[in-house]
Design a protein around this ligand. Structure first.
Ligand SMILES: *Cc1c(COP(=O)(O)O)cnc(C)c1O
Length: 223
């Protein structure tokens, strides 16, 4: 199947409230354009340099999501144009994003990344860490970031029950934060979970945003 067939097949199977982020990391512009011509407008990358280059070269109505681990000193390259930052995993990073957003006269949308997997290697906050800063006056003063929801990655395993449980944990975190900290914020609405191997399970557990790479573009050689 071609890239455009894959896009059409996946999008036609999604509930209306679920956004497909086409993860184009390591893939050339021609592949991205094929997806674009099939109607796809939301793309995800995990390397700052690649994302910046693709933004410069590709159509300007693409919404670029950064899905990787962001280093503080690289925020400035993304701040002028990025649509959504998925991997905000510390308050220090959030404050630095606010600073760069302000310089660009923008409000940057962010998702808080939570650690839901069994593996210790995956980045992410705990609920306690997030609540600590969300309660602070210091956080309330950040006017150039908008927290739009949560993001997480399940353990890489064949155990579908474990995957479902981990996604449920993220949904529960979302509900708790919504009740306690974002009750009046309509913009706090996204649960970014699910990749090529597990997005149907993620959708069953309440995902609103899936990040799919290899099922669209084929296997990656690296990255
Ligand atoms: C690469 C990547 C994806 C997409 O992975 P596939 O298995 O190719 O769909 C999703 N989320 C993140 C954070 C990634 O780095």
């Amino acid at each position: 199947m071609s890239i455009s067939d894959n896009i059409k097949k996946i999008t036609s199977s999604l509930p209306l409230n679920v956004t497909l982020v086409a993860v184009s990391k390591t893939k050339p512009n021609e592949d991205i354009l094929e997806a674009y011509h099939a109607g796809q407008r939301v793309f995800g990358e995990n390397k700052v340099q690649d994302l910046t280059k693709k933004w410069e070269e590709l159509p300007k109505d693409i919404q670029w999501h950064f899905i990787g681990h962001l280093q503080t000193n690289k925020i400035k390259y993304l701040a002028p144009f990025v649509s959504l930052l998925h991997g905000v995993d510390s308050y220090k990073l959030l404050k630095a994003i606010n600073k760069e957003a302000k310089k660009n006269n923008r409000i940057i949308k962010c998702l808080l990344q939570f650690h839901i997997a069994e593996e210790s290697s995956k980045f992410g906050l705990s609920l306690k860490e997030a609540e600590e800063f969300l309660c602070s006056d210091d956080f309330a003063a950040l006017k150039n970031v908008e927290i739009c929801g949560v993001m997480g990655m399940a353990t890489y395993t064949d155990d579908e029950i474990q995957i479902a449980n981990e996604f449920k944990t993220l949904k529960d975190i979302f509900i708790k934060l919504k009740e306690k900290h974002f009750n009046n914020a309509d913009s706090f609405s996204e649960i970014s979970m699910g990749m090529s191997g597990d997005y149907p399970i993620a959708i069953e557990q309440g995902s609103t945003m899936i990040r799919v790479g290899s099922s669209i573009f084929g296997v990656r050689n690296y990255g």
